[in-house]
Structure formats: structure tokens, C-alpha cells
Design a protein around this ligand. Structure first.
Ligand code: 6PG
Length: 474
């Protein structure tokens, strides 16, 4: 009987495309789906692309795999993933590998990895980015799990991953949940980047007075410079598109209520637990949330605001480009800070430069910019923040006047720019010689005797606010 090098169960579009990508690279792939119609359809339609071994039952599927078995599950995150693991794990032997390629919460991945490790099975939570097209033509792949499992899986995954300068956009991220953690932060950064692009569009539309087709041209131009990225590229495409039914700009017929499946929210929840300020990602999640509160927005329609007329001057687009670049640097710096903190918390030893390198191609946030981040970590792997890398410091310095002007203009015209504003506030907070946190500490000591530290002596102190206001050691 012919054996398969790897198997994929869960043949919805992502699983199907991943299986085809593997087959196209010469790897024989066993196929399984809960309903076998999907398996049959895949073989009928794409059977010519490589060697597929369809299986109707979990037993037949597992029996078709070479040992140690490599089994990829591509099902919905949460309950369905647990159900599939429960179905297949009893059929596996020590040394076999289960790869979860869904958008799982990394805490679930840690739990599953620990449980399966006890049975000698490698559980490899793997972030896969790039959507349907990426899965088929080359995604960015972020595998966690044991280093041993990567020895067996890495070559296959690297084969099917996107390549940039000949380097595969896939590397072993770190043990247990590290892969899904990094994918989660990737998605959080994706939210922040999309929000900043949306704010840029809004400013060009309502502050510069440009039409969507004109804004598409602005984005096209930006895409030839330092902002070159997949998200900027598709933004130009979307803005240039005309709705067939109405003849109106497509962007004007789409309901302005953004949805989310949860990875951005998880990023922020996790950042709060880790104590990492990812304000750019948080504002992006909240901006989607605000947009979706139709009743609240309806109730607030008549709140007073300034007159909204286009501002004179042709320099606004250039200023917005600078504000966008600067805010993007901040959003990515915050996301990488979160990966650094997660890595330290869980002992993952994640190579931050390598993460930037595997995001250069295949994934949704792929961009020229990521090569800069890779270079920054190469120059100083221990850097506490990307903002102090020489290239980024210079770019921020060059952008800051325009950035402040853009935020000010938006405030004056009543255009919400939570992403730009929070990025600037973070930048100024880090730069500040003194923060008003001193006052916050004093207030905490006043009402709750929470104590404070002093600038001139070690130790913690408390002032007897209700008494004679002498200072005692805390
Ligand atoms: C990717 C994407 C992908 C997807 C997310 C985000 O990396 O390929 O991030 O995972 O687009 O599900 O979707 P939401 O905007 O619905 O959270």
C-alpha cells in the first residue's frame, strides 16, 4: 500500500489549499474530512497536482501515514479542534506529530501540548498566515512545539512556505504554544496596521477632500516607497473599485461596521496580562468595536462637532504618509515588545529578528518594512524597543512634525484618529523625561497608603496624609 508523507484532516478551503500546496511540492498527502464528499471533490478536481491518498475513516487515514506520522488538522479553533484531537490521538503512537494549523488560542495549545506530551505525541501548534491564496501558493508558517518535531516537519513546511530572497518564511518559533502566540501577535499587528491605513484614508477623504479613486492613486504611489506592503497594495485595489450595482465607489456601499474573529482581542487581553502597552493594537480592536455599536452611534449622531471642510494645502498627503509610517513603527515596536515579553514569561527564547524575517513574505502583514525590523534585531538582538534603532529613530525624527500636524488637524476637524494619536502618545511617553505617573503614585499613597518610591533615596515610603504629613518608610 502506498504511504503518505503527511496527512491533512479538515478540507475546508484552508486545509484543501494546504494539502494541494504539499502535493504540488512532491509530498504525498493523505486526505480526510468529516464528510467524505469534500475529500472526493478535492481528488476529482485537483488529483493531477500530485499524490493524494483519500481516506474515509480516521483509522484508514492514520494507517496511510508514514512513521513517525505527520498529521495536520485544519479545523475551527476551540471545541472542534479538541474533538478532532480526541478522535485521532488514540490512534497514534509515541513519536507521531499532530500539527494544528488553525488560529488557536496559545493557552489552548499549551494545554493540548502538555496533555499529548504525556502520551509521547508531539503537538505542534502552528500559525499559518496568508489566507486561502497563501495556503496554496506559499504562506508564512510559524510552528511551535518541540525542536524534535521540527526536525521531521520543518523541511516539508519550509518547502511549501513563501520565499523571500530564497529564504523560506518558516522557522521553528519555540516550544509549546510559541507558534500560536506569535501568530496571535501577527494578527494584532495586522489589526493595528489596517486601522492606521483606514485612518489615512479617512483623512485623505475628509481633510484633503480627495475622492476614493484619487486616494487609490495616493496609495499606489505609497506602495512604491517605504510603505510598500500587501495591505497598502490591496487598499489601492479596494479604493479603485466601483460597485457594479450602483456605480458608486465600492467603499461607500460597504456597511461601516468592522467585524473580528477574536485574535486581535486575544492579543490585547494577553498583553494586559503581560503588562505590555500595545495601545496601537488595543485602539484598533476598540475602533472595530465602536464601529459595530450601531445603536450607540445612532444615539450620538447629533453631538456637536466642528465644521468639516477640506483643509487647504496640497501637503496633507505627504504629512499623512509620514504619520502613517511613524505610527506603523510604533505599532510594530509594541507588537514585538509583546513577543519579547511572552517569550520571557514562558521561556520560549524566541528570535525576534527571525520572526520579522518570516513575516517578510506570505502573510497578511508582509512588507518591505519587515526587512528593516529584521536588520534592527540583527544589529542588536537585545534592543528594548525598535524605536531606538538608528534607522527608525531617524524616520521618527523626520516624521514627527508632520505626525503632530496630522493629529492636530484631525482633532480640529473632528476626524477620529485613535491609531495615530495613541502611537504619538506612546512615542512622547517613552521620550518623556518625567511622566505624571509621579502624581498618580502620590494619589495612590494619599487614598490607600499604597506607598511610593523617591527619586533621591532607595526604599518605599508613605506620607501620613491624614496626620501631620511626616514621611515614614513604607
Ligand atoms: C492571516 C489572517 C487570518 C484572518 C484572521 C483575521 O494571517 O492569514 O490574519 O488569520 O484574516 O482570521 O480575521 P479577523 O479580522 O476576522 O479577526
Amino acid at each position: 500500500m502506498e504511504m503518505a508523507r503527511i496527512g491533512v484532516t479538515g478540507l475546508a478551503v484552508m486545509g484543501r489549499n494546504l494539502a494541494r500546496n504539499l502535493a504540488r511540492h512532491g509530498h504525498s498527502v493523505a486526505l480526510h474530512n468529516r464528510t467524505s464528499a469534500r475529500t472526493k471533490a478535492l481528488v476529482e478536481e485537483f488529483g493531477g497536482e500530485g499524490t493524494f491518498i483519500p481516506a474515509d475513516t480516521p483509522e484508514a487515514f492514520v494507517a496511510a501515514l508514514e512513521r513517525p506520522r505527520r498529521l495536520v488538522i485544519m479545523v475551527k479553533a476551540g471545541g472542534p479542534t479538541d474533538a478532532v484531537i480526541d478522535e485521532f490521538a488514540p490512534l497514534l503512537d509515541p513519536g507521531d506529530m499532530i500539527v494544528d494549523g488553525g488560529n488557536a488560542n496559545f493557552t489552548d495549545t499549551r494545554r493540548r501540548e502538555a496533555a499529548l506530551r504525556e502520551r509521547g505525541i508531539h503537538f505542534v501548534g502552528t500559525g499559518i498566515s496568508g489566507g486561502e491564496e497563501g495556503a496554496l501558493h506559499g504562506p508564512s508558517i510559524m510552528p511551535g512545539g518541540s525542536a524534535e518535531s521540527y526536525t521531521a516537519l520543518g523541511p516539508l513546511l519550509e518547502d511549501i512556505a513563501a520565499k523571500v530572497d530564497g529564504t523560506p518564511c518558516c522557522t521553528h518559533v519555540g516550544p509549546d504554544g510559541a507558534g500560536h502566540f506569535v501568530k496571535m501577535v501577527h494578527n494584532g499587528i495586522e489589526y493595528a496596521d489596517m486601522q492606521l491605513i483606514a485612518e489615512s484614508y479617512d483623512l485623505l477623504r475628509h481633510a484633503a477632500g480627495l475622492a476614493p479613486a484619487e486616494i487609490a492613486e495616493v496609495f499606489r504611489t505609497w506602495n512604491t516607497g517605504r510603505l510598500e506592503s500587501y495591505l497598502i497594495e490591496i487598499t489601492a485595489e479596494v479604493l479603485a473599485h466601483t460597485d457594479v450595482a450602483t456605480g458608486r465607489p465600492f467603499v461607500d456601499v460597504v456597511l461601516d461596521q468592522a467585524e473580528q474573529k477574536g485574535t486581535g482581542r486575544w492579543t490585547v487581553q494577553t498583553a494586559l496580562d503581560l503588562g505590555v502597552p500595545v495601545s496601537g493594537i488595543a485602539e484598533a480592536v476598540f475602533a472595530r468595536s465602536v464601529s459595530g455599536h450601531a445603536g450607540l452611534r445612532e444615539a450620538a449622531q447629533n453631538l456637536p462637532g466642528p465644521a468639516r471642510g477640506p483643509v487647504a494645502g496640497s501637503g496633507l498627503a505627504d504629512a499623512v504618509e509620514k504619520a502613517l509610517y511613524a505610527s506603523k513603527i510604533v505599532a510594530y515596536a509594541q507588537g514585538f515588545h509583546q513577543i519579547q515579553a511572552g517569550s520571557a514569561e514562558y521561556g520560549w527564547d524566541i528570535d525576534l529578528g527571525a520572526m520579522a524575517a518570516i513575516w517578510r513574505g506570505g502573510c497578511i502583514i508582509r512588507a518591505r518594512f519587515l526587512d528593516r525590523i529584521r536588520a534592527a534585531y540583527q544589529a542588536d538582538p537585545e534592543t528594548p524597543t525598535l524605536l531606538t534603532d538608528a534607522h527608525f529613530t531617524e524616520a521618527l525624527g523626520d516624521a514627527q512634525d508632520a505626525w503632530r500636524e496630522v493629529v492636530g488637524t484631525a482633532a480640529r476637524l473632528g476626524i477620529p484618529v485613535p491609531g495615530f494619536s495613541t502611537a504619538l502618545a506612546y512615542y512622547d511617553s517613552l521620550r518623556a523625561d518625567r511622566l505624571p505617573a509621579a502624581l498618580t503614585q502620590a494619589q495612590r499613597d494619599y487614598f490607600g497608603a499604597h506607598t511610593y518610591r523617591r527619586v533621591d533615596r532607595d526604599g518605599s515610603f508613605h506620607t501620613l496624609w491624614g496626620g501631620d504629613r511626616t514621611e515614614v518608610t513604607g
